[in-house]
Design a protein around this ligand. Sequence first.
Ligand code: AMP
Length: 218
Amino acid sequence: MSRKIVKLLGNPGAGKGTQAKEIVKRMNIPQISTGDMLRDAMARQNGLGVENRKRMDSGFLVNDATVNSIVAERISKEDCRMGFILDGYPRTVPQAETFQQYLDRTDRLFVIEIRAENSHILGRLVTRLMCPACGEIYNSVSRKPNQTGTCDRCQLALVRRADDREELILERFRIYREETFPLVEHYQKTGCYHKVDGLRPIAEVSQEIRKIVDCEGR
Ligand code: AMP
């Protein structure tokens, strides 16, 4: 059985996490977020977390070898047999080159860039809150919780990410532009690249993504 692999690309705050969760619900394939896995390692204070806390807390990328190996291990699990959604990986051209080696000839890869300009998404990020249990993402611009500060699903108090401070957000935008944006050109050459407008309402972006992934990939 060939795997359907959806790779979401986009600026911090473009909506990758939110859209990944929509795809998980609909396609029943897991979301693989390297950011979530690294934050989880930090919370557990294991070797990986302790080693990378400084870089993550200052908005810098952790090294390619570290993320490549956590992804290789994660996608070898049984629940990835039918496919998976990559959120936040690959983040550099060398990561994309390594990731290519993890693919089979029969895999269908969809790279979807959720395009949203920095100036429009700063407001989302400075007000972004996450549920510590289910990972649901809220903000006061495009996705307000029903009750301020509380997850609609779990009824738990929402938390702010340590790197969602304005000065760090601007640094993460810079890093995205310099290290991750070159992936657009990289994937444009492969024919599996698609772009959606991330400034539209969440449901419309989801619909657009649905149209893309419901087609046959290559
Ligand atoms: P994210 O949740 O995707 O915004 O990631 C949060 C932080 O985790 C980033 O600022 C990086 O420090 C680290 N990180 C997540 N994914 C990667 C990756 N693919 N390569 C390098 N660092 C990453």
